[in-house]
Write a new protein. Structure first.
Length: 150
């Protein structure tokens, strides 16, 4: 032992420490092991709100009755909506006949709404009062079913 170097002693100490740590971890795992627990100790239950609990439900407690029709899976059905009058009033603020499009200024919302010549029921020009409906287009609202008023 007299000819052992200092590095060799340190390595031996580290190995011994590692073995002790490993043994300690092994004992901790054995003491905290779930094996050997009874079925009742491992059982989980759902309460009436859908939460997990370790206590079984009380058999004396009245159970809620749920009708099958009230269970919704997926997106609920959309109820029929009363048709709302979607006709708007406006004034043509710009219309280029050669290009085939223009814009109508909505009287109520003061929005500028695009209109194409294909959506006209009769020819229009700047300054005309019109009624129209709107539809969602690729770049926003566009006017359809455009008609002159009086």
């Amino acid at each position: 032992m007299g000819n052992e170097t200092m590095g060799k002693k340190d390595r031996e100490k580290k190995k011994q420490k590692k073995r002790e740590d490993k043994e300690e971890k092994k004992l901790n795992r054995k003491s905290n092991n779930d094996k050997g627990k009874s079925l009742d100790e491992m059982m989980m239950y759902l309460d009436e709100d859908g939460n997990l609990t370790s206590t079984p439900p009380d058999p004396r407690k009245k159970k809620r009755e749920i009708s099958i029709e009230s269970i919704q899976i997926g997106v609920p059905k959309q109820e029929d909506i009363e048709p709302v009058d979607t006709t708007r009033n406006g004034i043509v603020k710009f219309f280029d006949l050669s290009k085939g499009y223009g814009f109508i200024n909505d009287i109520m919302t003061h929005e500028s709404i695009f209109v194409h010549i294909n959506k006209l029921s009769e020819p229009i020009k700047e300054g005309d009062k019109v009624t129209f409906e709107t539809e969602k287009g690729p770049r926003g609202l566009s006017a359809t079913n455009v008609k002159k008023v009086g």
